[in-house]
Design a protein around this ligand. Structure first.
Ligand SMILES: Nc1ncnc2c1ncn2[C@@H]1O[C@H](COP(=O)(O)OP(=O)(O)O)[C@@H](O)[C@H]1O
Ligand SMILES: [Mg+2]
Length: 333
């Protein structure tokens, strides 16, 4: 007797065109019924264009039809809203007091590190006016979708990405939107994108402590916030403001990350604190949260960002960042 579990496993080997994840991981499988060698599979057609539905149906028939004891496979579609199918375990927002401190970089490195640990990871680029996530991952293909929803775009290592940049006609198109439109775009990234089953969705917030980051913090069920800063921040006011905002919104601070903390010179095996003395511990104390990482100024890192190959980065600090985040935010109930 074939079990539902065996059928589910065969479905998990099929890829949904466009996202390169299985219908199981996209949480599209609604029902599986078997009797006398016949199996009826009900899928949700959410965010799948008709031709994608046909292709998916064919590959499912092929994969499941191969199972011993199965001689007929039927696939039917129902329709659900993306937000009813999304199973996102943790939402972590990456925040900074001001722009240009490496917020997007920290969001990306955290995603890459968590993905390497085997987690299902997504990045929601909520920085509508300065989206930089697709560039760091070298993504420029338009998201697939239908009138029922949009699919995120998978990176090379399988991180699911959604950004306004992927939806605009030209990558360099400037977004000069006003508050309400931005808020709507961000809400749509949450409600109308089929993320499927995600262990950790990282949200790259707009910089600063103005309206835009506030909207995001208000609209999503954020489990925690990571605050990024640099030693250049002459006063720690910016960090304190970010901390205050997170607290006012009742969001817990998972930790702080100091970026551009030092420059390592291998020839003399020395760390030079060229932007001033590290304030990592001081900021961690101000935030009442752990110091998750101190990232060096690394020319390799900025080159990979520019080339769109941030996923090639490998370094102890990045792995350490990923381990801290998974320990603090993902391995707890
Ligand atoms: N530690 C670092 N080492 C080298 N380059 C960095 C580092 N942090 C940031 N950068 C570079 O600075 C630029 C801005 O970083 P980004 O993460 O986009 O900042 P933000 O999102 O805070 O505006 C990026 O293009 C990146 O290449
Ligand atoms: Mg950014």
């Amino acid at each position: 007797m074939i079990t539902e579990q065996q059928i589910r496993e065969s479905l998990d080997k099929v890829l949904v065109p466009g996202v390169m994840r299985s219908p199981v991981k996209m949480n599209l499988v609604r029902d599986i019924a078997t009797s006398d060698g016949k199996v009826n599979i009900t899928l949700s057609s959410t965010a799948l264009a008709p031709e994608i539905q046909d292709r998916l149906k064919d590959s499912i028939k092929e994969a499941t039809g191969k199972l011993d004891g199965i001689n007929e496979v039927n696939v039917d579609f129902t329709d659900e809203k993306p937000k009813d199918l999304n199973q996102i375990k943790r939402v972590i927002a990456v925040m900074s007091g001001k722009g240009g401190v490496g917020k997007s970089l920290v969001a990306s490195l955290t995603a890459v590190a968590l993905r390497r640990q085997g987690y299902e990871v997504g990045i929601l680029d909520a920085d509508i006016t300065g989206p930089s996530i697709p560039k760091m991952f070298g993504l420029n293909n338009r998201p697939a979708g239908s009138d029922t929803g949009l699919l995120p775009v998978p990176s090379r290592s399988g991180i699911e990405v959604m950004s306004i940049n992927l939806l605009l006609p030209g990558e360099d198109e400037a977004v000069i939107w006003r508050g309400p439109l931005i808020a709507r775009a961000i809400t749509q990234f949450w409600e109308e994108v089929l993320w499927g089953q995600i262990d950790c969705l990282l949200v790259d917030l707009p910089p600063g402590t103005a309206d835009a980051p506030l909207t995001v913090l208000q609209s999503f069920p954020i489990s925690g916030v990571i605050i990024v800063f640099t030693p250049q921040d002459l006063t720690n006011m910016v960090v304190r403001k970010a901390v205050k905002m997170a607290r006012q919104m009742d969001k817990s601070i998972l930790g702080v990350v100091e970026n551009m903390s030092y420059l390592y010179i291998p020839e003399i095996d020395k760390k030079m604190e060229i932007f001033g003395k590290s304030r990592g511990e001081e900021m961690a104390q101000a935030a009442g949260a752990p110091l998750l990482a101190q990232l060096p100024i690394d020319p390799d890192m900025s080159r990979l960002c520019d080339e769109g190959t941030i996923e090639r980065y490998d370094g102890e600090v990045m792995n350490g960042l990923g381990e801290s985040v998974s320990r603090i935010a993902l391995q707890t109930d």
